[in-house]
Every structure is written in C-alpha cells, then in structure tokens.
Design a protein around this ligand. Structure first.
Ligand SMILES: Nc1ncnc2c1ncn2[C@@H]1O[C@H](COP(=O)(O)OP(=O)(O)OP(=O)(O)O)[C@@H](O)[C@H]1O
Ligand SMILES: [Mg+2]
Length: 303
C-alpha cells in the first residue's frame, strides 16, 4: 500500500455534498491460509449511512480493521477523501476516521468524561511542553476540551454520568460512551461495529436516532450490525459480506429481496458461493475430527 502522510484534508468534519468520503478498492486480508476479506470494494459518500452485514465470521470486523490502520491489507487501497490512508491507526484517526469496537474498549477505571477527553487528544493542538509547563495556553485548551467533551456527552445522553467510572455504566451506556469518545476526534467518517449488541429494544431505537443525528451533523457512517431491523431502518445502502466477499450491495429493499442474501443467512448453499472450497475443507476436517474423537464435547458457536 502506498503511504501518504501529507494529508491536505487534515481538518475533518462536514463534507461537501456528493463527496466520496471512503473509497476502499480491492481490499484483501489474509491470515496465513485464511482469506478473511477478499477483493472488497466499498464506498461511502458524504451524508450517507451505509450498512455492512453478513453472518458471523464473514470478515466484517476484519474489513473495519483494514480501514482503520489496525491491519495493513494484504492487497488493495483505502482512500479517505481522496487521500491514501497511512497504515497506522492513530494517523487514520487524525485523518478523520473514528470507530467503535465490537468488544467495548474503554478505560474502565477512568471517568466517563476522562474517556471522552482521551478521544480528543488527536485534535488538541497543545503539545507536550505546553502540557508539562501548564502555561495559560494549556489551561485554555484544557477548558475548551472539557467543554467539547461535555457537549458530546450531552449529545449521546450521558452528561449526568460524566464523573462516574466507565466500568460502572450499564452495557448500553458503555456503547454510547464509545460513540462519544469516537466523536471526540471530530471525524468525517464514523465506523460503528455492532453498536446495539447487548442493548434492549428501547436502547436500540435510541441508538438509531443517535446515528441519524450524527449523520445530520455531516458525519458519514458505516455500520456493522446483526439487528436487521436497525440496519434496514437506518441505512441508505447496505453491503453484504459472505465468507469475505461482497455478495450484494444496494438499498434496503434490494438487499432484503435478494435470495442469495436469505440463503447466506439461512446457511443454504447457492451457486458460485464464495469460499465453497474452504467450506468443504472445514467440513472434511470436522468429519475427520468426529471420526477420531470419542464423545467430543459440545462446541458453542453462538454469541
Ligand atoms: N487476527 C486474526 N488472525 C487470524 N484470523 C483472524 C484474525 N482476525 C479475524 N480472523 C478470522 O477472520 C474471519 C473473519 O472474522 P471477523 O471477526 O472479521 O468476522 P465478523 O464478520 O466480524 O464476524 P462477527 O459477526 O462474528 O463479528 C474469521 O474466520 C476469523 O476467525
Ligand atoms: Mg465482527
């Protein structure tokens, strides 16, 4: 992948209408013999909410990791507002892409407010010396940062819990805090990995409203979720990943009506299914394991 650290468009935020915010081309990620993501193209335009769905293990999170510099794709290129992304996650954040994680990653022993302040560090101009010397510039910047962090907590509905420890928040609120922390880097594109996992129906509906509000602020959104009602209510476009490949992409009605998508979720085989050979290999290995193991213990695949 080409590296370009001379990002012109360093100030993120609202994009010009119709601007291509994210342009991923031919992204492939291999782990040894396993191809987790295969030749995936995906664009997100300004003002859009795009959904990424697919069965467990389809490669959705791996694809996010390729977009955010956590993984360097084996092949392919990712551009944000026309610039090739640098292969380091903190530089990707600085360029304007923020994310939340499927497995919540908060600083459990910090307060809610402190967690959001951590998310702001890519945007604060005050450098190391200013922070160490704690001059007037530092105090002014810190006050502005706190004010912005409180604004974001209010935006996600957590302002009353600013001084609580993150670990004491219920699960649904921890997910909201992750969103506030991601927004603190003032992104132009927000990637959400299963934002409603573990939420009750009311919290899920509130999250839907929150994502619309984020979009209305001029931040494009790419969201992974297993809750289909959430996805189809929310998204302008939906892409379906199956065994690492993009199977279908279109508006909600197109995707819902596509029999290959239904088949992929029901686990039925369909013609030209991506990764057929891999499935056959796994099945053969499992059959072999069963034949050679007495009373194999039950295996849990559910999450
Ligand atoms: N770091 C890694 N090393 C090896 N294999 C990996 C790694 N990360 C992911 N995989 C494999 O890549 C495949 C895709 O995993 P991924 O987590 O991207 O799926 P997913 O679509 O996000 O699934 P889920 O809906 O369950 O979160 C899986 O087979 C997984 O085991
Ligand atoms: Mg995942």
């Amino acid at each position: 992948m080409t590296t370009d650290t001379t990002t012109q468009d360093a100030v993120p935020g609202a994009s010009a209408p119709g601007e291509v915010v994210l342009d991923a081309r031919g992204v492939t990620m291999r782990f040894g013999g396993l191809t987790a993501v295969r030749n995936v193209d995906l664009t997100v335009n300004s003002g859009e909410i795009v959904g990424l769905i697919g069965p467990n293990g389809a490669g959705k999170t791996t694809f996010f990791n390729c977009l955010t510099g956590l993984y360097i794709p084996t092949e392919g290129e990712v551009r944000y507002k026309g610039q090739v992304l640098p292969p380091k996650s903190f530089k990707v954040t600085a360029a304007g892409i923020a994310r939340t994680f499927q497995n919540i990653r908060l600083f459990a022993n910090m307060t809610v407010l402190e967690n959001v302040l951590v998310g702001r560090h890519t945007r604060t101009k005050e450098g190391l010396w200013s922070a160490l010397l704690r001059g007037p510039g530092f105090h002014k910047a810190e006050a502005a940062s706190r004010a912005r962090a409180m604004e974001l907590l209010e935006f996600v509905g957590l302002e009353a819990k600013a001084e609580h420890l993150a670990r004491n928040l219920p699960y649904g609120e921890q997910r909201k805090l992750e969103i506030a922390r991601a927004l603190a880097s003032e992104p132009g594109l927000l990637l959400l990995d299963e934002p409603t996992a573990g939420m009750n129906p009311q919290e899920t509906r509130a999250t839907e409203e929150l994502v619309f509000a984020i979009r209305d602020k001029g931040i494009a959104v790419l969201v992974i979720e297993h809750d289909m009602r959430f996805i189809f209510n929310l998204c302008d476009r939906v892409a379906v990943l199956v065994q690492g490949e993009k199977l279908v992409e279109g508006d909600s009605a197109t995707v819902q009506g596509d029999e290959r998508v239904v088949a992929a979720y029901l686990g039925e085989p369909f013609e030209n299914a991506p990764g057929d050979e891999e499935v056959a290999e796994v099945e053969a290995a499992e059959a072999h394991a069963e034949a050679t193991t007495d009373a194999a213990p039950g295996k849990e695949n559910d999450r």
